[in-house]
Design a binder for this molecule. Structure first.
Ligand code: RB5
Length: 149
């Protein structure tokens, strides 16, 4: 676990229940879950919620972020528009581990209409447990950052 153990969570309306389950799950592990909602079921645009979570990670307020929408795709696209964010979408635990180890991902996106709760929690566990390997991956991540301008 990093020195900053704050993990921001956000979603759109399609993923509230799964987001709250993840929040409880990681809280039980000792992470500080910064759950920024929403909490009510009205339709709400995923870009706003992805960007809000991404800004908390980009600023350093939170070390990592977990974001969700129906597919995980739209909110991931929005988060990746924020400078400094490397957000990967995962529907398997191998990818969740690798985006940390090789890509130094600082955010994870999940599709609440794609993965069930059990798999989602395993994916979250894999993401949070993994560490960036550095080494040959450092210049590659730097090349991603260079694309941000
Ligand atoms: C909402 O219906 C849905 O479009 C959204 O949750 C997400 O899947 C978008 O990528």
């Amino acid at each position: 676990m990093t020195a900053n153990n704050r993990v921001v969570l956000s979603s759109d309306h399609a993923a509230i229940a799964l987001r709250q389950a993840i929040s409880a799950h990681i809280t039980a592990q000792g992470w500080v879950a910064v759950d920024i909602g929403p909490t009510t079921p009205e339709s709400t645009p995923y870009p706003e919620h992805g960007a809000a979570a991404a800004r908390l990670v980009a600023s350093g307020d939170c070390a990592l972020g977990i974001i969700l929408c129906g597919t995980g795709q739209g909110i991931m696209m929005a988060a990746n528009k924020v400078k400094g964010i490397r957000c990967g979408i995962c529907a398997d635990t191998f990818s969740a581990r690798m985006i940390r180890q090789h890509n130094d991902a600082n955010m994870l996106s999940l599709g609440a209409r794609v993965v069930g709760e059990g798999l989602a929690l395993d994916i979250v566990d894999a993401f949070l447990a993994a560490q960036f390997e550095g080494g040959r991956h450092v210049p590659r991540v730097a090349m991603i950052e260079a694309l941000e301008g």
